[in-house]
Design a protein around this ligand. Structure first.
Ligand SMILES: C[S@@+](CC[C@H](N)C(=O)[O-])C[C@H]1O[C@@H](n2cnc3c(N)ncnc32)[C@H](O)[C@@H]1O
Length: 345
């Protein structure tokens, strides 16, 4: 086992590496269609995978927010501009956190095929396509929210990643970022990835730990923000979702047969309290991301816990107020898990 602490204050990453298979560590009632112009999208690549009709390019609306219409309700968070801005802000925060790294899996300089499952706005896929112009890069999502003008080696498909794999074989990297705490069967997605990777190919799963942390006594354990995370964990578990699964991805990957399982864990601050300028910036982004997450998730979490809209509104107001005013040294763990399909099965 290896464990390195980055010297950038206490806010670097630690690396936990295992070798071989030894792991060292750790209803759409209010729906209305919009007039999305399907002709703007290149559907030829999508039809290749046999998935769609034009209706998947529509959206649904509820509580003043816009949601994906294809497989409506599968992903409970909106896909509107507010949410897309939140996603892109998280992306920038990740790049600051990692000093510009989009992934850590050692895929070499000449990957041929990379797929990003749950690609969202497609920003990661586009950047990786630019990094490897000779590679084919595919982004897959339920929501048709990816840009139209993209590098020629990237394409997007609309599909449910929990369906049977329809994306071909011989992938060098399957990448999944911030998707597993929202889906039913992360092990199933990892298993399908395993089966369709090249022997020796890599999977990388990046995600938040889903537990609000503080290493000193600046944070009250009964805070509204902690309550929000606890309630989210409880509510999503009623939908069969493990909000904190990123803490235990080693178990999932090992069970499937992945080897060379490794993890980089970063602490990602919320708020502008760290000393290091770079991390203050990350904390600033994350504060905004967290505020928008509370608004986006509350309409899911409160009904699942049989709480009224009035309770929700009161809670959200107090939680947002606390988020804006707190000086507590709060952070989340952020994990980069990567693992390899064995060269010979
Ligand atoms: C938090 S966003 C992350 C987006 C992107 N990976 C990133 O890091 O910028 C989660 C994304 O997963 C997508 N998603 C959730 N469940 C999905 C599923 N079953 N099939 C395909 N995409 C899914 C959502 O539509 C959303 O775009």
């Amino acid at each position: 086992m290896e464990s390195n602490l980055d010297p950038d204050d206490m806010w670097g990453s630690d690396t936990i590496v295992g070798s071989g298979s030894e792991i060292a560590v750790a209803g759409p009632e209010d729906m209305q269609d919009d007039e999305f112009d399907t002709s703007d999208f290149d559907t030829s690549s999508i039809n290749m995978f046999g998935s769609v009709s034009s209706s998947i390019y529509r959206h649904s609306y509820e509580n003043g927010r816009r949601y994906h219409k294809y497989r409506y309700g599968t992903y409970p968070i909106p896909n509107d501009e507010t949410e897309q801005n939140r996603e892109d802000m998280k992306h920038v925060a990740m790049l600051e956190l990692t000093r510009g790294k989009n992934f850590f899996a050692p895929i070499g300089d000449h990957p041929q095929k990379i797929i990003d499952l749950g690609t969202g706005t497609g920003t990661w896929a586009i950047e990786v396509a630019d990094m490897f112009p000779a590679a084919e890069v595919v982004g897959c999502d339920l929501s048709p929210i990816q840009p139209l003008w993209v590098p020629s080696n990237v394409r997007f498909i609309i599909d449910d990643i929990e369906d049977e794999w329809a994306h071909g074989d011989n992938w060098d990297l399957v990448h999944i970022r911030q998707v597993f705490p929202a889906i039913q069967d992360p092990p199933g997605v990892c298993r399908q990835s395993f089966n369709h990777l090249n022997p020796g190919g890599w999977i990388e799963v990046q995600d938040f730990g889903g537990i609000l942390k503080c290493d000193d006594d600046t944070f009250r354990t009964d805070s509204m923000l902690t309550q929000f995370y606890d309630m989210t964990t409880e509510a999503l578990s009623k939908r069969g979702i493990r909000w904190t699964i990123a803490n235990n991805m080693d178990e999932v990957l090992k069970d499937i047969g992945f080897v060379n399982i490794a993890c980089k864990r970063f602490k990602i601050p919320i708020g502008i309290w760290p000393k290091a300028k770079r991390l203050r910036l990350v904390g600033l982004y994350m504060k905004s991301v967290f505020g928008d997450l509370i608004d986006a998730l509350a309409p899911i979490v409160f009904p699942l816990l049989s709480k009224s809209s009035q309770q929700m509104e009161e809670f959200v107001t107090k939680a947002q107020d606390e988020l804006q005013t707190t000086t507590a040294h709060i952070y989340l763990d952020y994990f980069f898990w990567y693992a390899q399909r064995p060269l010979a099965d």
